[in-house]
Design a binder for this molecule. Sequence first.
Ligand SMILES: CC(C)(COP(=O)(O)OP(=O)(O)OC[C@H]1O[C@@H](n2cnc3c(N)ncnc32)[C@H](O)[C@@H]1OP(=O)(O)O)[C@@H](O)C(=O)NCCC(=O)NCCS
Length: 195
Amino acid sequence: MGQHTEVESRPLYDPDLLKRLDFSESTTKFEPLISASQPGDGLLVRPLCSSDYDKGFIQLLGQLTKVGEVTQEQFFKRFEAMKTCPNTYYVTVIEDTQKSKIIGAATLVVEQKFIHDCAVRGRLEDVVVSDEYRGKQLGKLIITTIMLLAKYLNCYKITLDCNDKMIPFYSTLGYKLEPGNSNYMQIRFEKTCHL
Ligand SMILES: CC(C)(COP(=O)(O)OP(=O)(O)OC[C@H]1O[C@@H](n2cnc3c(N)ncnc32)[C@H](O)[C@@H]1OP(=O)(O)O)[C@@H](O)C(=O)NCCC(=O)NCCS
């Protein structure tokens, strides 16, 4: 039973954090009004749980990018690895509770710094809303939740990477391209496996 209970309900981070977010602080407007605590009928905003493999979390990420064949065991291992890094990974999901399906997700990663008096900065990652739920403010909702969470956790800023066609979407949520400081550079590595 211990194992069963763990698989069913273990959250990645403290769900009470989401109850403390004040949506009236956000400049993003919702019409009709929704928030993390009242996302709409049959919907629930909450931390990722260890049982979410069975609720289609990985399939949902497949609507964002290539995910590969992630087994339940790999999912559990990664979940545990994230959970053992305290105050760092805030994978947040929207569940359709009638269908027991994860229909939206976004991640806040909190990075610890030495600069700015040992500040923390936030990174917004892996934003996705399932295609049949799009256009209902849920993208705005999950991103606003992450932004308020970052603020609550004292991040001095939050950044994201996106392709050009997403710039208008993020601009409406207050994100800005900083003149002279908006280049995104990367090197992609060949797949290696040392672990
Ligand atoms: C981007 C995404 C999360 C938006 O989700 P959504 O639930 O449809 O978004 P919302 O309903 O909250 O839309 C909010 C506003 O943004 C606009 N918008 C949505 N997607 C947009 C896009 N791709 N480009 C520009 N504007 C967009 C909507 O029209 C809406 O405008 P309105 O408030 O004036 O009506 C969703 O389309 C998605 O999962 N896409 C595939 C994955 C992806 O691209 N993720 C982002 C990676 S950086």
